[in-house]
Each structure stands twice: as structure tokens, then as C-alpha cells.
Design a protein around this ligand. Structure first.
Ligand code: PEP
Length: 243
């Protein structure tokens, strides 16, 4: 399966930072994997132009509705119109800061599919949940609630992002990553049959050039969702090179 390096810029990036994209496109246009950058909405259109189709551009969230009285929100169709081909949904920061539930994420995913976007659906346990030994149960419930019927290998990517590993410099052991990714593949298989075999499963949480290679070697890890280290072409380029 073709691997995917996805970058989540979160609430970072101004026009001046588009130079990073130009550098990334220039340095890695021949990369043997797919590359996706999800900038803030303000940079979607200029970034899509700078990427010129050589790397994919995505949103970081969308509304479940197509249009209407939802001040401050952006629809999946609008993301597509601005040049996006994917959207991150259910990131733990959205779940925590905006109270997004699994049902919200499922509804947004359906909106993404309808607009022709790939949904990058995030799941992950908190530190308290891991300490309580309920990681697999939490991930199972998030998958069941967040990934809607109609999910296919083409329209859906799952990102396993332990909340306690995001932006902390801490990562699970390789065995812990393998355990969760194997269970995600198995759970998706029960829900979506053969289609699940082709769904890409990304690991996310403090991926950096120094740990990318060992993480990418783990069973059922088909790429990464990268936050901080995706902001600079040099770091993200090194992660892409490790895929
Ligand atoms: C993220 O927010 O999706 C993420 C993985 O962040 P970081 O790589 O900075 O831990």
C-alpha cells in the first residue's frame, strides 16, 4: 500500500510560510509516498497553488452541513473548492476544545465523502485511559462511533494519535503502537470487510526525523500524521524520506 505522510499545521502559518511548501515540493516531488499538508484555512488556496498538484492539501475540520447559518464554520465543499482533497476530522484538540463527539465526527466524515474529500479520522486515548488499561476499548468505541458506513480505502484514513503523545515529545513504545494498529485493522475489517485492508493507518504523536524510521517499520503503520515537525520543510522532508 502506498504510504502517506500528512502534516497538520494546526493554528500556525502565515503567507510568509508558504516558502516551506515551495521547498517541500521542490525537494520531495519524487517521493515514493503520498504527501498531504493541512494548513489553516486561510492558507488553503495559496498553498494549493504553490503545491501545483505535486503534494495534496487538506483542511483541519469541516462542518457537517453543506452551507447555511453557521458563522465561522467551513463546509467540506468549501475546502474542496479551495483546492483541498482531504480533511482531518476528530482531532483530539477539536474533541477537547470544541466538544466534538464521535457522532459529530461521523457526520462530518459523511459530509467529506459527499464533497469528494478523504476523511483523515483521528482516534486516541488519554493518558488516564491508558493508565487505566482501557486503551483498546476506547479506540474501539471511537472507531465504531466516528467511522461511518460508506467508508472505503479511498475515502478514509485512520490516524491513531494518543492524546498524551501529541506535542509532548513522548511516544508509545513500538509494541504499544503495533498493538493498537493491529487492533484498528482488525476492528475495521469486522466493519468494512476487504475494504479495510487498503485503509491507511497513520500513527501521530511526536513523530520527528529521529524516530520516524522505527515507527514506520511497525506492523500496520502506513504513514504518519505529523504536527510540529511538519512546519519546516527540512524536518518534514526527513520524515518523508524515512517512509
Ligand atoms: C497532531 O497534532 O496531529 C500531532 C501529531 O502533533 P505533534 O506531531 O506535534 O505531536
Amino acid at each position: 500500500m502506498r504510504k502517506l505522510a500528512a502534516g497538520n499545521w494546526k493554528m500556525n502559518g502565515l503567507k510568509a510560510d508558504l516558502a516551506e511548501i515551495a521547498a517541500l515540493v521542490g525537494a520531495h516531488s519524487g517521493a515514493d509516498c503520498d504527501v498531504l499538508i493541512c494548513p489553516p484555512a486561510t492558507l488553503l488556496a495559496p498553498m494549493a497553488e504553490a503545491a501545483a498538484g505535486r503534494i495534496a492539501i487538506g483542511g483541519q475540520d469541516c462542518h457537517a452541513k453543506t452551507s447555511g447559518a453557521h458563522t465561522g464554520d467551513i463546509s467540506a465543499q468549501m475546502l474542496k473548492d479551495a483546492g483541498a482533497s482531504a480533511v482531518i476530522l476528530g482531532h483530539s484538540e477539536r474533541r477537547a476544545d470544541h466538544g466534538e463527539s464521535d457522532a459529530d465526527v461521523a457526520a462530518k466524515s459523511l459530509a467529506a465523502y459527499a464533497a469528494g474529500l478523504t476523511a483523515v479520522i483521528c482516534v486516541g486515548e488519554t493518558e488516564a485511559e491508558r493508565d487505566a488499561g482501557s486503551t483498546l476499548e476506547v479506540i474501539g468505541a471511537q472507531l465504531a462511533g466516528s467511522v461511518p458506513e460508506g467508508a472505503t480505502a479511498l475515502n478514509t484514513v485512520i490516524a491513531y494519535e494518543p492524546v498524551w503523545a501529541i506535542g509532548t515529545g513522548r511516544t508509545p513504545t513500538l509494541e504499544q503502537i503495533a498493538e493498537v494498529h493491529d487492533v484498528i485493522r482488525e476492528t475495521l475489517g469486522k466493519a468494512f470487510g476487504e475494504e479495510a485492508k487498503g485503509m491507511r493507518l497513520l500513527y501521530g504523536g511526536s513523530v520527528k526525523p529521529s524516530n520516524a524510521e522505527e515507527i514506520f517499520a511497525v506492523s500496520n503503520v502506513d504513514g504518519a500524521l505529523v504536527g510540529g515537525a511538519s512546519l519546516k520543510a527540512r524536518d518534514f522532508g526527513a520524515i518523508i524520506a524515512a517512509l
